[in-house]
Design a binder for this molecule. Structure first.
Ligand code: BF8
Length: 739
């Protein structure tokens, strides 16, 4: 029997609701939220729901309109006691545990379902947002608001539609799905599917690169060449091969090895893992039986295992998650990065600019958005070659800019401006000054075609991306030059259609340094110690001048709304003398905040500041930026390579090093796969907003203490997140007997 907030049928006014809440809290040994603003927000929400639905439904949860389904969320809802036990307060923050010290005041709309479209992230230019609404251009923040409140079963990970007896969702009344799967089975199956989907994106990316390397190596294309011959030779040596073609064939081996049928004598698992991962970890993974046979077979097995009636053991499913983390890390991320470096050059220190202000009023603006740089590299080449045509069309030239991870790829090798992260991709079109946007794969909002139609912009899809209303130009390696030329000409021809009255480019841009590949970091350290470059880094970590290293990576998430969560977290870490490395959309966020330029040293503690000045001086750039840009999301492999090198050098396992990772605004399945890759290496990973596991306690517990030493934790309060990460670093230092 549910406890009803009020046993009487008559309606209550806000004062009465508050009084009932107080009495209930007292009776249960809870306390009410001491933040009057937050409290008032929830009380008003309860009253509003009572007026609208006849019941005081929890204002932060989804209401279906069917009382039989919704009765569990009549305040105080079925979840509140467990939530208070787990996190010190209920979801709406109406009731708190007496033991919990209430943290810093939050805007109530940060935790409760928002109703207002007025509240926008701090990084959104208000004028541009107003313009998007005036122009009827759809925008991610508005769509997010329209989705509120989001489904609570989905949020807690306890719904399943893997078969047509469902969809099923776990409730106190029905703790098992029709097939008998419980919350832990459902959540771990869902998680494995998520990681597998994310890994597929990176594996496809790596495969495209391997195909290009093979075509270059066999002379099937003249459009591309090998830019980093030394890196190719190094990989050829590691693989016992001599040339690009054979290196590519070894890469392909990682997509088809089948024990007893297709495998070479040198190993039964991924070549890219065998030649790159620390040996002690390969032994540990072997014992856990999670070494992947080949990328395709493991993703197929994950699909198979998670269908109804196969693997129903959460522990077994979580081990498969770790295996898929290895697939993602080696047959995806690392292979993609390595081959890109071989083909397009290994990044070196380079200066550039970020944010929407890099779109230029008098130029033909062309943006490359997506992830796989094969076509973008060619578009860059042709945008330079066709400059005279652009001038003939009346423009000052062609301004090529990058969006999302394609920006990270193009900035680290060529200094191309990072105009927008994924959540700003629509705003780049709302400027009214974008002649064309070419998209290839991943993180491309399906809304872009409709936004482009509000302006003169041509949206061009290639590779896997497709959208009704977009111009689709297929990409083939053999036709890369023709395709790129065609795309640049679409942009040039479209310049005449720009409506000047519809142009608004925000005056927001920031300088940054990029290009911190592991090779560049080692080169910079060589200026300090030419014979033993890693030594100065290790010595500074040992002495505490650098207290630790934290990778702050991943996406921008509309759930974070008004907060500058990532930027604040980074500043808090820098203050504690923790060096920050970054990739993905958080690189855009860091750059826009000015954290990837030398002046950001002002946010650092004195010890870290001194190290950055010393390395900067030795490299003649004054001061090294405190947030090192290591590239796109596939370049998270550079982070793994860096920590592996530190581990090999110090002979300390990665799980014991004073390092951590944070995905403070995680969005995509890819990001979950990347996080799993960090976990399988023994790294502690902070995730926010929480993934869909809160309804599956066993899964959450296991993720917090994995057999690889990796630990995942959620924290949505930025002060607490910083505190917890700093504690992790301090504990690891203590265990190593470092000051
Ligand atoms: O792959 S950080 S929103 S762009 S998934 Fe996507 Fe997330 Fe951005 Fe790069 Ni990574």
């Amino acid at each position: 029997m549910l406890i009803r907030f009020a046993d009487k049928e008559e309606k209550m006014n806000e004062k009465e609701i508050l009084k009932y809440s107080e009495e209930y809290a007292k009776k249960q040994g809870f306390k009410l939220n001491k933040d009057k603003k937050q409290l008032d927000y929830v009380i008003k929400g309860l009253k509003k729901n009572e007026d609208k639905y006849g019941e005081r439904y929890c204002p932060c949860r989804v209401i279906t309109g069917n009382f039989e389904e919704d009765r569990i969320i009549v305040c105080p809802c079925i979840y509140h006691k467990q939530e208070i036990k787990d996190q010190g307060h209920c979801l709406c923050r109406l009731f708190f545990s007496k033991q919990v010290k209430q943290g810093k005041t939050k805007n109530p709309k940060e935790f409760c379902a928002p109703e207002s479209k007025k509240q926008i992230p701090s990084w959104v230019n208000q004028k541009l947002l107003d313009k998007s609404r005036k122009d009827n251009a759809s925008f991610v923040i508005d769509r997010y608001q329209d989705q509120q409140p989001q489904c609570n079963f989905g949020l807690s990970g306890v719904c399943c539609k893997n078969c047509n007896m469902g969809p099923c969702r776990m409730t106190p009344k029905a703790g098992k799905g029709v097939c008998g799967a419980d919350a832990n089975v459902i959540a771990s199956r869902n998680l494995l599917r998520t990681i597998s989907a994310g890994a597929c994106c990176h594996v496809e990316h790596a495969r495209e690169n391997a195909l290009l390397l093979w075509k270059v190596g066999t002379g099937k294309t003249k459009a591309y060449s090998i830019k980093d011959k030394a890196k190719l030779q190094a990989f050829a040596k590691k693989l016992g091969k001599k040339n690009a073609k054979d290196v590519a064939l070894e890469a392909f081996e990682d997509f088809r090895r089948q024990h007893g049928v297709f495998h070479k004598s040198e190993g039964l698992y991924l070549n890219w893992l065998r030649i790159n991962a620390p040996k002690y970890l390969q032994e540990e993974w072997k014992k856990l039986d999670i070494l992947p046979e080949n990328a395709d077979i493991e993703t197929t097995r994950a699909q198979h295992a998670t269908t109804m009636g196969n693997d129903a053991d959460p522990n077994s499913l979580l081990l498969q998650c770790l295996k898929l983390g290895l697939v993602d890390g080696y047959a995806g991320l690392m292979m993609a990065t390595d081959i890109q470096d071989i083909l397009f050059g290994t990044p070196k220190l380079i200066k550039a600019e970020a944010n929407l202000g890099t779109i230029k009023p008098d130029y033909i603006n062309l943006s490359v958005h997506g992830h796989i740089p094969l076509l973008a590299e060619k578009v860059l080449e042709w945008s330079k070659k066709l400059e005279p045509e652009a001038k003939k069309a009346g423009a000052k030239g062609i301004n090529l800019v990058g969006v999302c991870c394609q920006a990270n790829e193009m900035v680290q090798r060529h200094g191309i401006a990072m105009a927008a992260h994924t959540m700003q991709s629509e705003l780049a079109l709302v400027t009214g000054a974008m002649e064309a946007m070419v998209v290839d794969a991943q993180c491309i909002y399906p809304s872009l075609a409709s936004v482009a139609s509000c302006y003169h912009t041509k949206l061009i899809t290639t590779m896997v991306a497709r959208m009704p209303g977009a111009l689709h130009i297929p990409f083939k390696i053999e036709d890369a030059d023709e395709t790129a030329k065609k795309i640049v000409r679409v942009a040039i021809d479209n310049f005449k259609n720009r409506n000047k009255a519809k142009v608004y480019i925000p005056n927001e841009k920031m300088s940054l340094y990029s290009g911190f590949s592991v090779e560049q970091i080692v080169d910079a350290l060589k200026k300090v110690n030419p014979k033993d470059p890693l030594k100065p880094l290790i010595d500074n970590i040992k002495s505490g001048n650098i207290k630790g290293v934290v990778a702050v990576i991943g996406c921008r998430n509309p759930k974070l709304r008004g907060q500058k969560f990532s930027e604040t977290l980074i500043k808090k870490l820098l203050k504690e003398n923790i060096l920050v490395i970054t990739t993905g959309c958080i690189s855009h966020a860091s750059a826009q905040e000015g954290l990837m330029k030398p002046e950001a040293v002002k946010y650092c503690g004195d010890k870290l500041k001194a190290v950055l000045i010393a390395i900067g001086k030795a490299n003649k750039i004054g001061v090294l930026p405190p947030v090192l840009h290591m590239g796109s999301c596939v370049d998270n492999s550079r982070i793994i390579r860096l920590v592996s090198e530190i581990s090999n050098y110090t002979k300390i396992p990665i799980s014991k090093l004073p390092i951590a990772a944070s995905a403070p605004e995680l969005v995509t399945e890819k990001a979950v796969a990347i996080g799993t890759n960090a976990l399988v290496h023994g790294i502690t990973v902070h995730v926010n907003p929480p993934l869909w596991t809160s309804g599956a306690k066993l899964v959450e517990k296991q993720l917090g203490n994995l057999p690889t030493g990796g630990k995942m934790f959620y924290e949505s309060d930025v002060d607490e997140a910083a505190k917890k990460i700093i504690n992790i670093i301090n504990e690891k230092r203590k265990a190593l007997k470092l000051k």
